[in-house]
Design a protein around this ligand. Structure first.
Ligand SMILES: C[S@@+](CC[C@H](N)C(=O)[O-])C[C@H]1O[C@@H](n2cnc3c(N)ncnc32)[C@H](O)[C@@H]1O
Length: 357
């Protein structure tokens, strides 16, 4: 039996604590936004006082019954709905990616011009919760809720931060008085089947004048001196394959360039799409970009397996061995010092009009 499942769920939540030095932390309460489940109680302390949604209950143990496949661990709530793993390796990758996003923004967490006294904040598909935790620390007046299919967030979090196991594509059941001032989502390509419906629910659950921000990266890797990636042919092949498989699965990965139009179609105002190029590898001369490129190369080398394994084996019916060979070749292209590759990050934000309800 894999080690994590050998412990009762309540132990798992405690063992997986990842406190950060020098900051006050309070034990988190998990909620499951699914009232009819059988409930295994873990922790009844609310991290944010009486602010529980009426529909939020304690977590069920079944969400910890992770699925193991080809050496990686996958979520169990809404099993099969998300193609990337949720194990320690993937959590470390997500945390590194968070660092890269922050470095790209000169240390900031957001591009939207939200006020320092922002009140209610929702982080969709929060992952390890690292963005939500940092946000709660930096905006102490805010109540920050992070939701995810996987209960992989640390147990000790700021008192104004709470995590919910939830499918962002389910009906949102927040009361009108629980509307948000700011909703954030990052790296959600591959997570959502019906974007129009998600944007409708976001719009309905924002206060008038509230901000939405989506931070997405293009799965497409680019090179300005080799636009067709002739010197990185396996990367080019891999991109086509994962894009095709994600479309067949119904949750496309490469959606970053379409985000701005979706904001506009959903009724948001003052929509901006701030585009940042992030180098892959140490090829830039600028020392800061060199470090950023080093992190991004390592992050992508890890991400290649996370993104590819389930999509190719489950959807395109490749064997694990065939998929691993492709992954190794992509990594080799990524590490080729002659390449000048970069990723493209989109920070899209817009405001719900103040005049509508
Ligand atoms: C690529 S990770 C990004 C995590 C986090 N937003 C970050 O940037 O650090 C995508 C996350 O979305 C979660 N996810 C996928 N589909 C989801 C859904 N339908 N509802 C809620 N969370 C979802 C996954 O479990 C995963 O943790």
């Amino acid at each position: 039996m894999p080690p994590e499942t050998a412990f009762p769920p309540s132990w798992v939540a405690i063992i997986r604590t990842r406190p950060r030095a020098g900051r006050s932390r309070q034990k988190a309460s998990y909620g499951l936004n699914k009232p009819n489940d059988n409930i295994d109680h873990i922790d009844s302390d609310s991290a944010i006082g009486s602010d529980h949604s009426a529909a939020s209950t304690s977590i069920t143990s079944s969400v910890f019954n992770y699925k193991y496949e080809n050496g990686r661990r996958y979520h169990s709530f809404r099993e099969g709905e998300y193609m990337l793993p949720n194990d320690e390796r993937e959590q470390n990758r997500m945390d590194l990616h968070h660092h890269i996003f922050r470095l790209s923004l000169g240390g900031q967490l957001t591009r939207a011009p939200i006020p320092q006294d922002v009140q209610r904040v929702l982080d969709l598909g929060t992952g390890t919760g690292i963005w939500a935790i940092d946000f709660a620390d930096e905006y102490p007046n805010a109540i920050v809720i992070g939701n995810d299919l996987s209960p992989i967030q640390p147990a000790w979090v700021p008192a104004n931060c709470k995590f919910i196991v939830d499918d962002a594509e389910s009906d949102w059941i927040y009361r009108p008085e629980e509307a948000f001032d700011y909703i954030h989502g990052r790296s959600l390509g591959g997570s959502i089947r019906d974007w129009d419906r998600l944007y409708r629910q976001i719009y309905q659950n924002l206060k008038p004048g509230g901000w939405l921000e989506m931070q997405e990266y293009e799965v497409w890797i680019r090179s300005e001196d080799d636009p067709e990636l002739l010197n990185a042919p396996v990367i080019a092949q891999w991109q086509e394959l994962v894009d095709k498989a994600s479309i067949m699965f119904g949750k496309r990965l490469n959606i970053a360039e379409s985000v701005k139009q979706r904001f506009i179609d959903a009724g948001f105002e003052d929509v901006r799409d701030d585009v940042y190029k992030v180098p892959i590898g140490t090829w830039p001369l600028d020392p800061k970009l060199k470090v950023l490129g080093l992190y991004q190369r390592e992050q992508i080398c890890d991400c290649v397996e996370s993104v590819t394994l389930a999509l190719l084996t489950r959807v395109l019916k490749w064997s694990n061995e065939e998929t691993q060979v492709l992954i190794a070749k992509v990594r080799s292209d990524l590490r080729n010092k002659k390449q000048h590759l970069h990723s493209t990050f989109h920070f899209v934000y817009g405001r719900k009009p103040t005049s509508t309800g």
